[in-house]
Design a protein around this ligand. Structure first.
Ligand code: B12
Length: 461
């Protein structure tokens, strides 16, 4: 049996990082332990001293797995985390015993698996669900020591047959703040939406399409509830993508009636019918989080949303009739955003939403393996530092002018100002091969912080 150390790099103290309960790497830990291996998780929220006191790294390990959830906070005003990850992994590598097999995984890691495996100097990078591959590595670590490789994750049967036990202490350190939610997975299905900026389908890969049996899900939630925690977030890409199963889960939540338990998830505006809404109302749902991104019909189409403004209207109407609270994600600055589309979005917000129902962002982070990255032609290696789709310099003005003042809370205003100031300091990534533009053969395809390490194509601001 092997001794495996798992390091949650996404819990490192880094500017802009607000760690959340590490459900993904905990899934790996439990799968390894259930197969008889020793698996220890180093999480820096649980053990803050472990950032500096590194003796854990030089113990006798056969495998060390690094988990990376976020590559950056996807915010104009925030730096990326890659340099912090590299520096920390370098320190650990200097301390580990010879012959230890080094593995990387996690959602952020999966997106950049080819580059990160190289950059961090690991033996194996795993793209997607990691349990099966980690079990294979643990069974014969040295088989994986010979060459650097990136492996696609596989279906893990334990997802549908074994109850995930949530460690109390880990939940405690993460859920002590009032905002924290414990992640719970209900299904492993690829996302059916086609949003041009979103990498969910790539991260989850050709997933098995497994849905968790309700009795197992119930036991997992009971475990969280009985340990005293009251807020959960279903981590599905889109909770209601399979509406029949989503209804079963919501019915289970209302029938089981865990007093005081509240939950949330990402929803799509359709399918969303009255039966679903009335079940939701009784289930303790906190917010129906929905991401139309824009509220201009043409721009929604351009963004690849699989619902239009008419569907959004029906969704809002259903939520209102059933007294459900919405949280609507809007991102200004998408491809094709202009004064008119920005005004249309702002007018919709002004007319329909309450102040606390809006989650407001500016700028689309270009992530690899998305239609947006294909459009710009930027490769994985060119996107590893925060890179955004270019938007009009007047965007912030349009927003400030057309959004009702009730939406301009101090927090939002500060964030917008920070975003504007960051955007102004960014460099332009030029497509030097595009002659169709007529401005001397140059065409801005992205904006990126000047000084990023992958900025060979950056022009001036
Ligand atoms: C649910 C979710 C949320 C919820 C989380 C709720 C909660 N309390 O857990 C909320 C809404 C809070 C959220 C917020 C954010 N999120 Co989010 N989120 C997701 C989502 C949809 C699912 C993540 C999840 O929990 N999956 C279930 C678990 C079990 O799977 P997993 O973590 O992937 O783990 C598996 C594998 O990755 C692998 N694995 C994990 N660790 C390791 C380690 C090793 C060694 C190996 C081999 C394998 C391995 O095996 C695991 C089990 O199969 C993903 C998209 C996606 N489809 O993955 C985005 C995603 C992870 N989020 C992302 C981001 C950026 C954020 C935010 C920073 C910003 C934002 N606006 O979205 C915030 C910040 C959160 C934070 N503080 O860290 C990005 C991260 C990548 C990136 N672009 O940097 C993703 C991929 C979406 C995206 N936009 O690209 N998020």
């Amino acid at each position: 049996m092997s001794r495996i150390l798992l390091v949650n790099l996404s819990s490192l103290p880094m500017p802009g990082n607000e760690p959340i309960f590490p459900i993904g790497v905990h899934c790996i830990q439990q799968a390894l332990e259930q197969a008889g291996h020793t698996a220890r998780l180093i999480d820096f929220v649980e053990h803050p001293e472990a950032v500096y006191e590194l003796s854990w790294a030089s113990e006798e390990w056969d495998v060390i797995g690094f988990s990376i959830r976020n590559i950056d906070p996807i915010d104009l005003a925030c730096d990326g985390h890659v340099d912090a990850y590299s520096a920390f992994v370098k320190k650990i590598k200097a301390l580990v015993k010879e012959n230890v097999v080094l593995v990387g995984g996690g959602p952020g890691y999966s997106l950049f698996a080819d580059n990160l495996t190289e950059l961090l100097g690991l033996h194996v990078g795993v793209r997607g669900p990691g349990e099966e591959i980690m079990l294979e590595i643990a069974a014969d670590p040295q088989k994986f020591a010979a060459r650097r490789q990136v492996i696609d994750g596989k279906r893990y049967e334990g997802f549908v047959s074994k109850v995930l036990k949530y460690p109390e202490n880990l939940m405690h350190v993460y859920a002590s703040g009032t905002k924290s939610m414990i992640g719970v997975e209900t299904r492993r299905k690829t996302c059916f939406q086609r949003c041009i900026y979103c990498p969910y389908a790539y991260i989850t890969g050709e997933s098995s399409g497994d849905v968790k049996p309700l009795d197992i899900l119930m036991e997992e939630i009971s475990g969280i509830y009985n340990a005293g925690f009251r807020r959960i977030f279903f981590t599905d890409g889109i909770f209601n993508s399979g509406i029949a199963y989503a209804k079963q889960v919501v019915r289970m939540l209302s029938e089981k009636s865990w007093p005081g338990l509240t939950w949330s998830a990402y929803f799509a505006a359709q399918p969303f019918d009255d039966e679903f809404a009335s079940l939701l109302k009784k289930s303790g749902v906190e917010n129906i989080v929905v991401s139309p991104d824009s509220l201009d019909n043409d721009l929604m189409q351009r963004l690849g949303k699989n619902f239009d403004l008419a569907a959004m209207n029906r969704f809002v109407d259903t939520c209102r009739r059933h007294g459900l609270k919405m949280m609507v994600n809007v991102v200004f600055g998408g491809p094709g955003e202009n004064r008119k589309t920005a005004e249309n979005t702002a007018n919709y917000i002004n007319r329909v939403l309450e102040e606390d129902e809006l989650s407001l962002h500016v700028g689309f982070r270009i992530l690899p393996h998305t239609s947006l990255s294909k459009e710009t032609g930027l490769k994985e290696s060119e996107l590893i530092y925060p890179t955004f789709y270019p938007f009009d310099n007047d965007l912030f003005q349009w927003m400030l002018k057309s959004l009702d003042s009730k939406f301009m809370t101090p927090a939002r205003l500060m964030n917008l100002l920070a975003g504007r100031s960051s955007a102004r300091r960014m460099g332009k990534v030029i497509n030097q091969h595009d002659d169709s533009i007529g401005d001397g053969g140059t065409h801005v395809i992205a904006i990126r912080r000047i000084g990023s390490k992958s900025d060979s194509v950056i022009g001036g601001v």
